[in-house]
Design a protein around this ligand. Structure first.
Ligand code: ATP
Ligand code: ATP
Ligand code: MG
Ligand code: MG
Lengths: 227, 227
């Protein structure tokens, strides 16, 4: 499904260069469930933004569904992303003065889904993440973990082929976090490819494979043993 | 140091009332290290905002250092808070187009600390949280966990009597999270009172006491056994 070759991302800050990602080469097949781990600042979110078509690499190649994404212009990049990728941001990125329902309906509006179907689909995913009685709340009227769950619902409402979740359980208690991972497992059994950044090892255990980052490099790629 | 009596917080949403906090009564002595736990939406942040003098209760009393905070006007509330309380917000609340150093200097500007001392003090706490080589970075140029550590540095720079940290390790890998908790322990040994919201039990083990919330109520108050 996706393949990177020597993918790198540098940031220029005045006279200083920050090598956020250094020559990362990895293949992920359709239907895999992958966890991404590593210390704070090691390049996990930078990696996710590149494979989620949200940012351009400084060098290296990125093939998504066989297409070389580095050749696309900004509009084609966004179109591919809106239809094929669901993204849960580390900082949630919800629209603040907007209800939970409207936040989740947003990706369906890109896809020109009729209004009634949009509302039904958005309500269904909000119930799946446990927010049935908070649908009308605005983001600023929700707790941290409730906002995070709205962000998860928004990422999956469009039935994307690839779900990228950056620390999706960071603000959730253990029980709610496990419920969300069980939801991701169900989506994965339906054939969706899932890549999750996490720093909690019991969350990583839901995946089949762990990619470990350090200082911008991919230093380990290991199978998860399931008892 | 702080005492609440039947503290409650209700939110009015149209015709619906959300009881975020229900009659919470608790005492915390100076120098204690307390962890606050509970499911997503159970009232932890609401409790922290009330004891941190950031919000007013709907009913009940709150005594901070012997003073009844519910009697104070907004300005006195803010003045007490700026001098006595350090707050790590669940969403970090950093100024985005501002460097890490300037974000951490902000509380010292309230206290009219001279510029050179401000810069030295802010640099020292940023080094203590492991961000020595990111001091000039703006918040938007930092990773999630790096932003969280800037928020922690900002909360402790003023040597406050009370440090309230809402999920301070949510975006941090395990190793960095333990470094931060060791920093809090050192501050606690200096006599500062620390209250930390967390959903990770190995983080809660650094505290002496755990307050457990559920559906807006304080349902358990237990000592932590240290081997
Ligand atoms: N401004 C608001 N208006 C209406 N309801 C609110 C508001 N702020 C919080 N709430 C509700 O009050 C309840 C408690 O929220 P709070 O943020 O204290 O929970 P929490 O324990 O911190 O949760 P989390 O672990 O998810 O951060 C939640 O159900 C939330 O929806
Ligand atoms: N816009 C930017 N400008 C400059 N440096 C940046 C920028 N964005 C990220 N960085 C740097 O690149 C490095 C990698 O950042 P990244 O967000 O990928 O880390 P991360 O592994 O997701 O960390 P965390 O676990 O803390 O979220 C960090 O050291 C960060 O300071
Ligand atoms: Mg990150
Ligand atoms: Mg909270």
């Amino acid at each position: 499904l996706l393949e990177t070759a020597e993918l790198s991302k540098d940031y220029l800050m005045g006279s200083e260069v920050v090598n956020a990602l250094r020559e990362v080469s990895v293949q992920v097949k359709g239907g895999e469930f992958v966890a991404v781990m590593g210390p704070s600042g090691s390049g996990k979110s930078t990696f996710m933004n590149l494979i989620g078509c949200l940012d351009r690499p400084s060098s290296g190649r990125y093939l998504f569904e066989g297409r070389d994404m580095s050749q696309l212009n900004i509009d084609d990049l966004a179109r591919t992303r809106n239809h094929r990728v669901g993204f849960v941001f580390q900082n949630f990125s919800l629209l603040s003065r907007t209800s939970a329902l409207e936040n989740v309906e947003l990706p369906l509006m890109y896809g020109k889904v009729p209004r009634r179907d949009r509302k039904a689909k958005a309500t269904a995913v909000l119930e799946a993440v446990g927010l049935k009685d908070r649908i009308r709340h605005q983001s600023s009227q929700l707790s941290g973990g409730q906002q995070q769950r709205v962000a998860i619902a928004r990422a999956i409402v469009n039935d994307p082929a690839l779900i990228l979740a950056d620390e999706p359980t960071g603000a959730l208690d253990t029980f709610t976090g496990i419920e969300i991972m069980a939801l991701f497992q169900a989506l994965n059994r339906d054939g969706r490819t899932i890549v999750v950044v996490t720093h909690e090892s019991d969350i990583a255990q839901f995946a089949d494979r762990i990619l470990r980052f350090r200082d911008g490099r991919l230093i380990k790629d290991e199978r998860v043993e399931h008892p």
